[in-house]
Design a protein. Structure first.
Length: 108
């Protein structure tokens, strides 16, 4: 699969959080998140391993009770089943990869 960069295809995930599936295969799915300052991703769990990279901005990421101040260039890996969430400190862009593929994030 190959996808050209496009400003289209974003959808609202939560208030202040837009997402776009960039590419996916049999085992992984890559998503870009546009995160608005002041928005929150509530603590939650899912069975997917989640590996991410902060392109720009600042995020306060909580993984299993441990808080991380994430800055551009920082990366993380959240094990499947781990309780996690985020507070968006500054307008941010993050890219994350999920494995196995999140069926709910596949393009319609």
């Amino acid at each position: 699969m190959f996808e050209k960069c496009s400003p289209n295809g974003y959808k609202r995930a939560l208030d202040g959080i837009e997402m776009k599936t960039l590419a996916y295969g049999d085992k992984t799915l890559m998503v870009e998140f546009l995160l608005q300052r002041g928005s929150t991703l509530p603590l939650h769990t899912h069975p997917h391993e989640q590996t991410g990279y902060l392109v720009k901005g600042q995020v306060r990421l909580t993984i299993d009770g441990e808080v991380h101040e994430v800055m551009p260039g920082d990366s993380w890996c959240i094990p499947g089943g781990a309780r996690h969430g985020a507070e968006i400190v500054a307008d941010s862009v993050a890219v994350e990869v999920f494995s196995p593929v999140r069926e709910d994030y596949l393009p319609q």
